[in-house]
Design a protein around this ligand. Structure first.
Ligand SMILES: [Zn+2]
Length: 115
């Protein structure tokens, strides 16, 4: 299950890709997601607005990453607080596409039921 989440595979068959493109934070391009699994035809968006809740997962991920970045730069690198702030903000912006993909995948796996 964890491997499936990391690799972005369908929660039903674990073979089909959930996202057709990975997206890029640098180019401001969000990942593209297929409506159904190409391998088993599993519908990813089970009901309208299903991915609304993924926003909370994304928030938790971003907080965890920002705290980790803060602790790393503050405790290990010991750089001035303005640079730490810049590091944390740039890290949050750069990881946005990654968080988008990961939060939706986690959300799907959380509410996946075998039908
Ligand atoms: Zn599938």
């Amino acid at each position: 299950m964890i491997l499936g989440i990391i690799r972005g595979k369908c929660p039903h068959c674990n073979k089909g890709d959930i996202f057709s493109s990975k997206g890029s934070s640098i180019l401001f391009r969000m990942p593209e997601m297929g409506k159904r699994c190409k391998n088993c035809n599993y519908k990813f968006e089970v009901e309208p607005g299903f991915f609304f809740g993924a926003m909370f997962v994304s928030y938790a991920l971003a907080c965890a990453e920002m705290i980790a970045c803060f602790v790393l730069t503050w405790a290990i690198l010991k750089i001035p607080i303005a640079y730490i702030f810049l590091c944390v903000v740039s890290m949050a912006l750069l990881s946005s596409a990654f968080n988008f993909r990961l939060s939706r995948t986690i959300w799907m796996y959380l509410f996946y039921k075998k039908r």
